[in-house]
Ligand binder design. Structure first.
Ligand code: C2E
Ligand code: CA
Ligand code: CA
Length: 711
């Protein structure tokens, strides 16, 4: 909506008017009516008449023409739209529509029909109504008076033509309708050349054009304005660095009328010397400070909190799934995403905060001038961090694709007597890792115990090395069952560590350390050998049927090994088992790094008869359409969806659509973690073929599993 003050035409005409403004209020809720009447009491320029139904209001309107109508949308005898249309068409008076909470879509409808404004009713908004009425009347007045006379318009044009910066106006499709003289000069467009078929985007350097289309325009539409640095390439191939502002102009009804752009040539500001300085201290991609500059500013900040006895917070931000975007879609796309995230960080912090990109997908934000009270300061830091997490996690649109990037954030608070800058960064980094471990898209505040945690991790790694050489690892087996008949159609091998101190340990206690230490390569190799040996044993005993498959889990590191496929083939041949009895469970994290290469690796094994199952489906990036391109035979729906399938309708809907689409793609579906009869019932109802879970059996040692096989 147009704010009159933007035009420099703020008037006091509303408050100074001699006769009163007649307002017709239509509201059937007596409590709301009372509140509105009370909130107008102090505004003597208004005289309210109140009605409770549309019919009564219409009757009233035959008696007098109000200056403003304020109407509830839902009235006992109809809704406000008809009334609005009638009044809007006659341009008789402005109308403010009130909707109830949850009725916002109605508000949009009302605005489209011609309402001047709307509020969603709450005690607060009802109290604010007189202020809204003031504004609406002011705008209405402006339209009526047509304050911007033609004469003024021509003056404005003269100013625009004389301005040394590029000024342009474009229609909603981006085609120019106006470009001032400076703009034509900058881009090399002659005065008589027709600009109507030209878009400004055609003159932007490629990466900037992409950014403007995917971020700038949507941002400007949402927030009114978008600012950035942007390079134009003129017709004579000159690169012109500008500081650019893109503005969205909307009609009173909220529709976009046109866009305008103002671009200032700032090449002269960037002399060679300055450019060198810039490169040394700033990250060229995002324009944020780089590591050097961050350290410098951080030291200043440490000095400052020392002097002021205040608190600050250092946030270490690491994007969770960024590598996937970079690796699968290429760096230019990744760069665009980073730029956007940087902009979001900027928009959610204050000018006095310090922002930096450390490289890759790591950012640092220093929140300065927090409270003097340490607890209060911590709360402030948490609040901002939450906001940042939320803002990062909003969908990012780039090149017609939608990405969902989340971040793990570590917070390290500091105040007088704080350790040095490097240590602070390390603390925040440690806390960030804790946040990642806790499941990503989260934040953690650093506390001294975390260093203890790191020691613990190292100790565990040492124990695991010993466990491997002492042969303390064992295999458990969990059946996969036919959902309809309950018969065993195969089994999943699950690793256990028989720790002499603590007994049988599940992988949740140690798998990440196996992986981070690289030990997983040896242990994973052992899992394969031991599983195949067990399989050969059951086949020899005649208790393993040829249609049953043994599923073995593998880690990303194992799959990424160059010799993965050939070594699996060798192990299978050595064990003398049919490859048709072997299935490999893999998560999509292992595949997305280089999908092409992954597929060819899988194909090598598939031609031998091995199948692949996609594990933990639904928790990652997996769009169902992406499944088409992967040579997997089976999809395993993650336990988290099955858990609440009886309670959570959206989980139920998701599971059904996974089942339906998978089947259409010719894939087998296994539901993981089925614990109850009710869950099984629902899955059967949706024709899920196989299930795995405690309902049938927990993972059990080989001997016990053998008994199940013989039943
Ligand atoms: P996963 O592949 O998703 O395995 C299924 C997990 O769900 C197993 O946990 C299993 O015990 C558990 N589970 C099965 N049915 C139910 C149920 O009805 N209710 C509940 N609450 N849980 C159920 P486990 O054995 O602790 O394994 C955890 C993860 O460790 C596995 O998740 C897998 O990703 C990994 N893992 C296990 N063995 C290996 C291995 O040999 N190599 C590798 N690389 N990873 C392994
Ligand atoms: Ca698995
Ligand atoms: Ca799983």
């Amino acid at each position: 909506m147009n704010d009159a003050s933007n035009l420099g035409l703020t008037t006091n005409m509303i408050d100074n008017r001699e006769s009163k403004y007649k307002v017709l209020l239509i509201e059937d809720d007596f409590a709301h009516e009372a509140l509105i009447l009370r909130s107008f009491e102090a505004h003597k320029q208004y005289q309210l008449t109140s009605r409770h139904t549309l019919a009564d209001a219409r009757k009233e309107l035959t008696q007098f023409l109000p200056d403003l109508i304020i109407t509830d949308f839902r009235l006992p005898d109809g809704n406000g739209i008809n009334l609005i249309e009638q009044f809007f068409q006659n341009k008789s008076c402005p109308i403010i529509v009130m909707t109830s909470f949850g009725d916002e879509s109605v508000a949009v409808k009302a605005m489209k029909a011609g309402a001047s404004d709307y509020i969603v009713k709450s005690d607060q908004t009802l109290i604010e109504l007189p202020g809204i009425a003031n504004r609406v009347l002011r705008e209405w007045q402006l339209v009526l008076d047509n304050k911007i006379s033609l004469e003024q318009q021509s003056r404005l044009t003269a100013i625009m033509e004389a301005t040394p910066d590029l000024i342009s106006i474009a229609d909603i499709d981006g085609f120019l309708t106006y470009l001032n003289e400076a703009g034509r000069r900058m881009l090399g467009i002659s005065m008589d050349e027709n600009i109507n078929k030209i878009r400004l985007a055609d003159f932007h350097a490629e990466e900037d054009a992409l950014l403007i289309i995917s971020e700038g325009i949507p941002y400007a539409i949402e927030h009114g304005m978008w600012k950035s640095h942007s390079t134009f390439i003129s017709k004579s191939n000159e690169r012109i660095l500008t500081s650019l502002v893109l503005i969205t102009h909307k009609s009173e009804q909220g529709n976009i009328d046109f866009f305008s752009t103002v671009a200032k040539d700032i090449r002269s500001l960037h002399s060679a010397e300055e450019t060198i300085k810039y490169l040394a201290y700033y990250d060229t991609l995002t324009g944020l400070a780089n590591r050097n500059e961050l350290l410098k500013q951080l030291e200043h900040e440490i000095d400052r909190v020392q002097r002021n006895k205040s608190h600050s917070a250092l946030l270490y931000i690491d994007l969770d799934n960024f590598k996937y975007i970079n690796d699968s879609l290429g760096h230019p796309t990744g760069d665009l995403v980073l730029k956007k995230i940087a902009q979001r960080l900027q928009s959610k912090t204050r000018g006095e905060d310090i922002l930096a990109r450390l490289g890759g997908d790591e950012f640092v934000v220093i929140l300065t001038e927090l409270s003097h009270d340490s607890l209060e300061a911590l709360n402030q830091a948490r609040k901002v961090t939450k906001k940042l997490n939320k803002s990062i996690a909003r969908d990012v649109f780039v090149e017609n694709m939608t990405f969902n990037v989340t971040a793990s954030i570590g917070i390290s608070m500091f105040s007088a007597g704080t350790d040095n800058s490097h240590e602070l960064l390390r603390f925040a980094d440690t806390a960030m890792y804790e946040a990642k471990k806790a499941g990503k898209n989260q934040f953690e505040v650093f506390h001294k115990d975390m260093s203890v945690q790191i020691h613990r991790q190292l100790a565990l790694e040492y124990k695991l090395r010993k466990a491997y050489s002492n042969k303390e690892f064992v295999l458990y087996f969990q059946p996969k069952n036919d959902a309809m008949t309950g018969q065993i159609c195969g089994a999943e091998v699950l690793l256990r560590w028989n720790d002499p101190e603590n007994g049988i340990m599940a992988p949740g206690h140690f798998l990440d350390v196996l992986e981070s230490s690289g030990l997983i390569m040896d242990v994973g190799d052992w899992v394969f050998k031991a599983s195949l040996k067990q399989l050969a044993n059951w086949i020899a005993k005649g208790i393993w049927k040829s249609h049953q498959r043994l599923s073995i889990n593998i880690s990303t590191r194992q799959f990424q090994d160059e010799h993965f496929s050939s070594s699996v083939i060798r192990l299978i041949e050595k064990a003398g088992v049919p490859a048709q009895c072997v299935d490999i469970e893999i998560t999509e994290y292992s595949l997305i790094n280089d999908v092409k290469k992954s597929v060819s690796k899988m194909q090598e094994l598939i031609t031998k008869g091995v199948t692949f199952s996609l594990d933990d489906f639904g928790t990652g990036y997996s769009s169902l359409s992406y499944l088409k391109n992967l040579p997997v035979a089976t999809v395993k729906i993650d336990r988290s969806f099955i858990q609440d399938i009886t309670k959570d309708k959206s989980d139920e809907a998701l599971v059904t659509s996974i089942i339906t689409i998978s089947k259409n793609l010719g894939l087998t579906v296994v539901a993981e973690g089925v614990e109850t009869k009710e869950q099984l019932q629902i899955l059967k109802q949706y024709q899920c073929e196989y299930v795995q879970g405690y309902y049938f059996s927990k993972p059990i040692p080989a001997l016990e599993f053998e008994r199940l096989l013989c039943e």
